[in-house]
Design a protein around this ligand. Structure first.
Ligand SMILES: [Zn+2]
Length: 389
């Protein structure tokens, strides 16, 4: 008991140190100021945007990246859009600790429910607690077109709605799996598209059963006004699965303008294959795509001026010095580096150019979104982030 207590204290201390270092990197490079714990004045009240018009876009900076390839001085060249365009307009939280299971599906589902989910990461199962999408749609009586997930991996097909009693089927988000759509458009393959169809970097042979609220190929034309031929033609111009996801997310914003949109990036996770240059290329691409999405949001009339954007990783990656891991390649040790992530919040009511270093948890996201959109995340473990609500 004594030992586990001590290691808990030391990992908390490590997380704190990591956050302080990250804060100092940003203060010197992005010119942001240290935020103080101001009294909350109510984001919704401050902005004066009617509840019905408010929108939230969540982007998971997927796969997990370490500070030495991102916020540290030697990594900043990999994230120019975040450093120069996004962070100066954001409130940046340097210490978002994930205390859950470090597998991508279960961790992303935990971000979406506000509860550390405990199901098997490699099973085609729904989250066990209500998702933000269910709270949003049920509390606010929103239609199914108003909440969407664009997910990178076919293993995420059940993320849109839980199996929680009184929530669940029919009340969650529609899920688009762009790779699955592309494979279907090509009858299962096609050498021209191989680079867009890579999936599940951790266990390449995992092929989940699809089902749930999944978006089918036939709906492409009906809902997104995109013919299968145009979709295939455009896909040929794209370089990665995340670019394909962003393309689909833009179509969604333009055609359906959902109020709650969740985009999960995953290119960085190619790190599992062990090639450092591909991992860094993934970070650079994710940075660029985050910048592009923010620009798209500013140029879509339904979104401009009334959308809060959250960018955060599901978790980090192992430290070089941890003998149980293999540096950037995996996230299997559960060390402080792989658990201590960050979050960037932007949009109306968010104080710009500030960095906050108090400890938050991954489970605080859903209650925070609830405060902005006006739903109550009744079963979430986290709590709204005071600086944002
Ligand atoms: Zn991974």
């Amino acid at each position: 008991m004594f030992c586990s207590g001590r290691s808990d204290v030391s990992s908390r201390e490590l997380s704190r140190q990591l956050a302080f270092t990250r804060r100092d990197f940003l203060r010197s490079a992005a010119g942001v100021a240290l935020g103080s714990a101001l009294l909350s004045s109510g984001l919704a009240a401050r902005t004066g945007i009617p509840a019905k018009k408010r929108k939230v876009v969540v982007i998971t900076f997927g796969g997990g990246a370490r500070d030495q390839e991102t916020f540290a001085p030697e990594g900043q060249e990999n994230i120019p859009h975040m450093m120069r365009e996004l962070i100066p307009q954001a409130s940046f939280f340097t210490q978002v600790v994930n205390r859950g299971i470090l597998g991508h599906y279960v961790a992303t589902a935990s971000l979406a429910t506000g509860v550390y989910e405990t199901f098997n990461n490699f099973a085609a199962v729904p989250p066990q607690h209500p998702t933000a999408f269910e709270y949003f749609r049920k509390d606010l009586k929103r239609p199914s077109t108003d909440a969407w997930v664009v997910a990178p991996s076919n293993g995420f097909n059940r993320i849109g709605e839980s199996n929680y009693r009184s929530y669940g089927p029919g009340l969650g988000a529609r899920v688009i799996l762009p790779k699955h759509l592309l494979a279907a458009a090509n009858n299962g393959g096609g050498a021209d598209y191989e680079h867009l169809l890579r999936d599940n970097y951790e266990t390449p042979y995992f092929t989940p059963e699809l089902g749930g609220g999944e978006f089918e190929l036939q709906q492409l034309e009906m809902l997104l006004k995109l013919s299968v031929d145009d979709f295939k033609k455009h896909a040929l111009t794209l370089s990665s699965p995340d670019e394909l996801s962003v393309y689909i997310a833009r179509q969604l914003m333009h055609q359906l303008a959902p109020s709650l949109l969740w985009i999960t990036m995953h290119d960085i996770d190619i790190a599992h294959a062990g090639t450092y240059s591909l991992y860094v290329e993934g970070i650079r691409r994710t940075d660029r795509l985050c910048g592009e999405l923010w620009k798209s949001i500013q140029s879509e009339p339904e979104y401009a001026g009334n959308t809060n954007v959250f960018i955060l990783p599901d978790f980090g990656r192992d430290a070089d010095e941890d003998s149980g891991g293999n540096g950037f390649q995996h996230h299997r040790t559960g060390d402080a580096l792989s658990r201590t992530t960050w979050m960037l919040a932007m949009g109306p009511g968010v104080r710009e150019g500030l960095v906050f270093d108090q400890a938050l948890q991954s489970t605080d996201l859903v209650p925070t979104i609830g405060s902005i959109l006006g739903f109550s995340a009744a079963y979430a473990q986290g709590k709204p982030i005071a600086e944002l609500v």
